[in-house]
Design a protein around this ligand. Sequence first.
Ligand code: 6GU
Length: 239
Amino acid sequence: MRIDVVTIFPDYLAPLALSLPGKAQQRGLLDLHVHDLRDHTYDRHRTVDDTPYGGGAGMVMRPEPWGEALDGLLAAGASGDAPADTPRLLVPTPSGRPFAQADAQRLAREPWLAFACGRYEGIDQRVVDWASERMPVEEVSLGDFVLNGGEVAALAVIEAVIRLLPGFMGNPESLAEESHGSDGLLEYPVYTKPALWRDHEVPPILLSGDHGRIAAWRREQALERTAQRRPDLLAADDD
Ligand code: 6GU
């Protein structure tokens, strides 16, 4: 999978050189391209923002640098240098549609993703409107809170997606058994050695060797936890 990220802070994406994402790049599973939006500015101060039309607080990202940056992606697509004609463009924003595991699974099947990381009060809406006429575009949110910019959100989405790529994980079985996995429940609590730690015991059933009762206990715990923390998930859980 190819992933392009356009940002005024390329260093925010540096963690993708670490750990499993770093290995995935070395092994050719992930082809990551990070671009500095300011490379598409031509004034002395490399300005990317301006005051909002209609007034109000904060600054808005000007469309011209974004247009050039996206032109560059389309040129890569047209030249055959990329794995598709266009990327699917993800725009992280608190006003986007909520991003969930099903989206990660859907995006993991795409050959080419691009991320437009906005800062300040956001990107001039015409950039999304123009891009939408040329490539699939999704404005996505991680939840009901506000980050300073799209970079941390892009990192989170990228990690959620690339860990689903075939061959990314050492042990693909850990993909099947996790919160927001196929059963729609939160994960049950987990324990390891020692069996007694600071007066706290591991639930004895887990030491019983009775795999049927252990599976039933875990299901019960997952249901209880989900009811406590995320009742909204149970409303949609049919079984
Ligand atoms: Cl995707 N972007 C920003 N800037 N803030 C957020 C977010 C995204 N999701 C939650 N808060």
